[in-house]
Design a protein around this ligand. Structure first.
Ligand SMILES: Cc1cc2nc3c(=O)[nH]c(=O)nc-3n(C[C@H](O)[C@H](O)[C@H](O)COP(=O)(O)OP(=O)(O)OC[C@H]3O[C@@H](n4cnc5c(N)ncnc54)[C@H](O)[C@@H]3O)c2cc1C
Length: 454
């Protein structure tokens, strides 16, 4: 982790223009932030959504993370519905999403050969072939378009090119945010703030407790002009030879999950969710520069190897690396409840569960900071232990957190109450009304304990 500077300058005090006065400001327009903004707006709030970049989607578009995972519990029970389904349906209608029909979700070699290179397998199961499950391969630009459509239709006040820099806090209550723009600093006053920055920028600036987490970072990239039919035919006809080449490829890229290339909805274009680069601090500009150099060198080495050795990749070219560095974990909230690895692994159910992913449940308390009012978080920086976050940070559950946070702020504003006084049962009820699964009803494989239910 990079040492922070000890040399400082003192800034002059300044008058910052107020550019919006809103019920809710959402900081960060990734999967969690867009879901939160749309959910709050649909529940009657005026909403301003701030994003530092020119596009919506965070890791799902700029980060080019192109498979929606952790959507199903055992038995292919789909648990991330609501706004997640809206994204999938809308992207599919634009040929921007591919997923197996329920009848293909089986454990068989035939289905493995049909679906595994789309990433629609249960990575948590060992053995071969792994089960085919409901997961969605999608196109990053389709994600951007759908995000923009949803935000516009919900009349959210969108402010791009606006980099959050300060939280406005009075007597322990957040009253708005300040962001940096090309026009200088701008303030947004808000009754409620949703931190969906992924790095806990707002909550940490507002004085909320957090832990400093860290995990591997990745310069995700795509290759074009790949003959995926030829590559798959070779793999299935020559499994041992393919495995040998694959091992070499993975050594060259330096760390990858089970499959280093997956198909995308665009023919001939594959995405590569690698390399794995440990030891970098996703908050540090210096570390991000070093990771950029390292990742790009590794990906070009892999391309050269694939072109020379792997059937189907002879004409492959570098389409490009993701616009955003793939940062998985930085600051994590230390909120009203901290989700543990044991909670996730044991599938512990919580009476105040407001959303879920795969086979785990997220209590409302894990979205609430301690000691700071009018603030809620949604997304990968929620209140969770570092090891537990690594198992519970996929895109769909982050979206469900956002949807629940949007409902929570609307309920608090309607009742004129503090966020921590919102009854989780009211959130669950509204989530159900929106078609989302809040996890109020534990699945058959959940661990239901009185302690967690208290
Ligand atoms: C390399 C990699 C591979 C992954 N693989 C998968 C996978 O296969 N399937 C899966 O489902 N998940 C995967 N994940 C996890 C998933 O992508 C993230 O956990 C998820 O995108 C988190 O969503 P989020 O909205 O919380 O955060 P992010 O997606 O990080 O979005 C945060 C948003 O906030 C904005 N923002 C940040 N700071 C500021 C600021 N100061 N001011 C204004 N805006 C700001 C960002 O620009 C961004 O738009 C992967 C992640 C990585 C990095």
């Amino acid at each position: 982790m990079t040492e922070r500077n000890t040399d400082h300058v003192t800034m002059k005090s300044e008058q910052v223009p107020v550019v919006a006065d809103t019920d809710v400001v959402v900081v960060g327009a990734g999967p969690a932030g867009v879901s939160a903004a749309v959910s709050a707006a649909r529940n009657g709030c005026s909403v301003t959504l701030l994003e530092r970049y020119h596009h919506l989607g965070g890791m799902a578009s700029g980060g080019m993370v192109l498979v929606l995972d952790d959507m199903v519990n055992e038995g292919n029970e789909v648990v991330t519905t609501g706004v997640v389904n809206e994204f999938v349906d809308r992207m599919a209608a634009q040929d921007g999403a591919v997923f197996p029909p329920p009848e293909d979700c089986l454990t068989s070699m035939e289905m493995w050969q049909k679906w595994s290179r789309w990433g629609c397998i249960d990575f948590h199961k060992t053995g071969h072939p792994q089960p085919i499950i409901h997961a969605v391969a999608f196109d990053p630009d389709a994600w951007k378009r759908v995000s923009l459509d949803l935000v516009k239709e919900a009349s959210v006040n969108l402010r791009l090119h606006s980099w959050f820099s300060d939280a406005l806090v009075e007597d322990g209550r957040v009253t708005g945010v300040v962001c940096q723009t090309k026009l200088g600093r701008q303030a947004i006053r808000a009754k409620m703030v949703i931190d969906a920055s992924g790095d806990l920028d707002v909550a940490s600036a507002a004085g909320a407790e957090f832990i400093q987490g860290q995990y591997i970072v990745t310069t995700v990239f795509r290759l074009c002009d790949v003959d995926t039919d030829a590559a798959e035919a070779f793999e299935y006809a020559n499994p041992e030879e393919y495995k040998k080449l694959d091992r070499q490829a993975r050594r060259i890229i330096g760390g990858a999950w089970g499959m280093w290339w997956l198909k995308t909805p665009l023919p001939g274009i594959v995405w590569c969710n690698c390399p794995h680069m440990p030891g970098y601090d996703g908050l540090s500009p210096e570390d991000m520069v070093a990771a950029e150099y390292e990742g790009r060198e590794r990906m070009m080495n892999l391309l050269a190897f694939a072109r020379d050795n792997i059937p189907g990749f002879e004409n492959a070219k570098m389409l490009g690396a993701a616009e955003q560095m793939g940062v998985r974990q930085t600051r994590l909230l230390k909120g009203e409840y901290v989700v543990t690895k044991d909670d996730v692994k044991s599938r512990r159910h919580f009476a105040d569960s407001v959303c879920r992913g795969r086979d785990y449940y997220t209590p409302y308390r894990a979205l609430l900071p301690k000691g700071v009012d009018n603030l809620i978080v949604a997304g990968r920086h929620y209140s969770v232990e570092s090891e537990a976050q690594k198992m519970s940070r996929e895109i769909p559950p982050c979206m469900s957190q956002g949807e629940a946070a949007g409902v929570a702020v609307a309920l608090a504003l309607n009742a004129g109450s503090a966020l921590r006084d919102v009854d989780a049962r009211a959130i669950q009820k509204q989530m159900r009304a929106q078609g989302a699964d809040p996890g109020d009803v534990p699945s058959a494989n959940a661990l239901v304990e009185e302690k967690a239910e208290a």
